[in-house]
Design a protein around this ligand. Structure first.
Ligand code: AMP
Ligand code: TRP
Length: 332
């Protein structure tokens, strides 16, 4: 059986990069896979979080999953810390991880920057916990944006190391699913930087909660070059801002990048930007509205997370028992 696991950190507003790189694909994949989608709060605390804001953000991300079309009856939705097996397998895998593997992780280097000696150990071992998230469910597929590719390679390496060390084909090697025309959405202000929740400028990203005027304004202000739109994928490659906006349009309209380029070849940016803003508003406004409705009944939302955690635990606990037996850890 094919099983999907993926997650998003509750560290603030979701943006259109999270949506097009991950969430939108999850919605489609629900029909074909047994899906587990968590809100990875243990990953969020690898950097300092305000407790009240973390709780709020966890609910907001859960509400956005559902608002975007994840069906809580069919898929399993919960926050990671409710299923302790993630952390327990995380420790077992930590003991199998050579430091050299972690030293290569580019996300750690980006996030730690010059503060390598003062950031927490959790930020360093972040990819090991991510591997545990996936492997505890014996997940076979992991739909994510392109920035997670290196972490997924580490998860595959750890699965293999475990299998070899304990002489069992216990973990399947999880396949990354990096799909669609917008696997790496770039900042609207700088086509060489990834769109990110932590960018200081709110004009760098389109948030899932931005209203129509804000979306239109951000797109109008988005950095471009003075030429008309490119007429081929080749020509777009050397114009990162143009390529980014065209990729966003393609992903929002379920078109290919090639067809989108053909549609707008030679147009002025101002016209294209108006059309892009209309498409973005049409797609995001209903999600924002549904998110608001879902958040207005916190009791019902928390019940969904509790039920999701029960379902996740029902898979994770027996797996953890089997893993402990393989490792030689006595259990009650
Ligand atoms: P994060 O917000 O880091 O927890 O990311 C959650 C998901 O969104 C992951 O699958 C990421 O790969 C994806 N993602 C984050 N930023 C982007 C982006 N700028 N473009 C495409 N996917 C992204
Ligand atoms: N590291 C991922 C991100 O920042 C989030 C994440 C944590 C995740 N655990 C995961 C993604 C397991 C996929 C599968 O985007």
């Amino acid at each position: 059986m094919n099983r999907i696991l993926s997650g998003i950190q509750p560290t603030g507003n979701l943006h259109i990069g999270n949506y097009l790189g991950a969430l939108k694909n999850w919605v489609r994949l629900q029909a074909e896979y047994d899906c587990i989608f968590c809100i990875v709060d243990l990953h969020a605390i690898t950097v300092p979080q305000d407790p009240a804001a973390l709780r709020q953000s966890t609910r907001e991300v859960a509400a956005t999953y559902i608002a975007a079309g994840i069906d809580a009856e069919r898929a399993t939705i919960f926050n990671q810390s409710m299923v302790s097996a993630h952390a327990e397998l995380g420790w077992i895998l930590t003991c199998l991880t050579p430091l050299g593997w972690l030293n290569r992780m580019t996300q750690f280097k980006d996030k730690a920057g010059k503060n390598k000696d003062s950031v927490g150990l959790g930020l360093y071992s972040y990819p090991v916990l991510m591997a545990a998230d996936i492997l505890i469910y014996q997940a076979t597929h992991v739909p994510v944006g392109e920035d997670q590719k290196q972490h997924l390679e580490l998860a595959r390496d750890l699965a293999q190391t475990f299998n070899r060390q304990f002489g069992a084909e216990y973990f399947p090697l999880p396949e990354p699913q990096i799909m669609g025309p917008a696997t790496r959405v770039m900042s609207l202000r700088d086509g060489s930087k990834k769109m990110s929740k932590s960018d200081l400028s709110d004009y760098s990203r389109i948030n899932m909660t931005d209203d129509a005027d804000t979306i239109a304004l951000k797109i109008r202000k988005a950095k471009t070059d003075p030429l008309p739109l490119p007429d081929s994928i080749e020509a777009a490659k050397s114009r990162p801002e143009a390529e980014n906006l065209l990729s966003i349009y393609a992903a929002l309209t379920d078109a290919s990048l090639a067809d989108t380029i053909a549609q707008f070849a030679g147009s002025e940016f101002s016209r294209f930007k108006e059309t892009l803003a209309e498409v973005a508003v049409a797609k995001l406004a209903p999600i924002a509205a549904a998110r608001g409705r879902i958040l207005s009944d916190v009791g019902a939302l928390d019940a969904i997370l509790r039920r999701g955690a029960e379902r996740a635990n029902a898979i994770a606990q027996p797996n953890l028992a089997a893993i402990k037996d393989l490792v030689g850890l006595l259990r009650p």
